[in-house]
Ligand binder design. Structure first.
Ligand code: FES
Length: 145
């Protein structure tokens, strides 16, 4: 049911963890299953993504897609990272079962939420970037008080 690449990234996920003082952080919820994904980006002065980490309460497919997505954005510019869509991630994994495609959306949305956070903090302009729909980080912050 799962390709070798999906199994590899599920069993040996890359870039799991968190970053202290990230340049951008995005937390999104999956509207379909309620699972959660958080992405941390470390972006340098030339707008290159130097490091990226993720944490998830998602399923195996979410782990595999996020692992692949973090590998794809690492070393890219923030503008190039916009090309890492869920479709691109699925293709890089040689496909996902159709019922699991929604899981790959988490990675794309979390990266975009983290890019949005970075753009808001720095005033950087990223073409095509929109406010993330499923961003739940603001909600979380409210809960802390
Ligand atoms: Fe929720 Fe896959 S079932 S992320």
């Amino acid at each position: 049911m799962y390709t070798e690449k999906v199994m590899d990234h599920f069993e040996h996920p890359r870039n799991v963890g968190e970053l202290e003082n990230p340049s951008g952080m995005g937390t999104v919820g999956n509207a379909k299953c309620g699972d959660i994904m958080r992405i941390y980006l470390d972006i340098d002065d030339n707008q290159i993504i130097r490091d990226v980490k993720f944490k998830t309460f998602g399923c195996g497919a979410a782990v595999a897609t996020s692992s692949m997505a973090t590998e794809l954005v690492k070393g890219k510019s923030v503008q190039e990272a916009m090309e890492v869509t869920n479709k691109a991630v699925c293709e890089a994994l040689d496909g996902l079962p159709p019922v699991k495609v929604h899981c790959s959306l988490l990675a794309e949305e979390a990266i975009r939420a983290a890019l949005w956070d970075y753009a808001e903090k720095t005033g950087a302009v990223i073409q095509g970037l929109k406010r993330p729909k499923n961003d739940i980080s603001e909600h979380e912050e409210e809960e802390e008080y």
